[in-house]
Design a protein around this ligand. Structure first.
Ligand SMILES: [Mg+2]
Ligand SMILES: [Zn+2]
Length: 195
């Protein structure tokens, strides 16, 4: 008889504007800048038993701005910095495509570009995640649409886009100041459900 391991709850985090500063199309390792308290927030989530996974659209690849090898180097450095800050990632998944921009094989409609949930499903299968107990944190409306499609509880970082979405009043999510505040609310929610 094998041990049946229960799938883990997870936090699916956007990359740009959520974990690191959004600089437009990030192309060089030197441009990586962790946002304040982001590593602390990831550490907090992990201590509470969540797996932490970055899910990010990187159409810079489709647009020919960087290669997948260059993107891999950026992600290795990001993972290293987070690990150094006591916040190792459980996974990082990206979509290199764009439906209409760029050229070649990466210019196509795909299932992995958020708000599609292809990457969430892949992460769930590979990392043994329970998508029924997962949370999404991001800074764009598309991140909240991604959350709704999973469906997962969404946390939208305050930004101009967040303000507009909130004013439109048509989406269900919690507005937060930063990833740390989202992490605190996620932990609270987990504890409430477990008690
Ligand atoms: Mg973003
Ligand atoms: Zn894709």
């Amino acid at each position: 008889m094998g041990v049946v391991k229960r799938p883990s709850p997870a936090a699916l985090l956007d990359r740009d504007g959520t974990v690191i500063r959004d600089v437009g199309y990030l192309r060089r390792v030197e441009e990586i800048e962790l946002l304040p308290r982001a590593a602390d927030a990831i550490g907090l989530l992990r201590r509470h038993g969540l797996k932490v996974v970055i899910v990010t659209n990187q159409s810079a690849v489709a647009r020919g701005l960087l290669t997948e090898a260059e993107l891999a180097a950026i992600h290795r450095e990001l993972a290293r910095r987070l690990a150094d800050g006591g916040a190792p990632l459980d996974g990082l998944y990206y979509c290199p495509h764009h439906p209409t921009e760029g050229w070649g094989a990466h210019r196509r409609a795909c299932e992995c570009r958020k708000p599609n949930i292809g990457l969430a499903k892949r992460a769930a299968a590979e990392l043994h995640l329970d998508l029924g107990r997962c949370y999404v944190v991001g800074d764009q409306r598309s991140d909240m649409e991604f959350a709704a499609r999973i469906p997962a509880r969404g946390f939208l970082l305050q930004s101009d886009a967040a303000q507009r979405a909130a004013e439109a009043g048509i989406e269900r999510f919690s507005l937060v100041k930063d990833l740390w505040e989202a992490a605190e609310l996620i932990v609270e929610d987990m504890e409430r459900k477990e008690s």
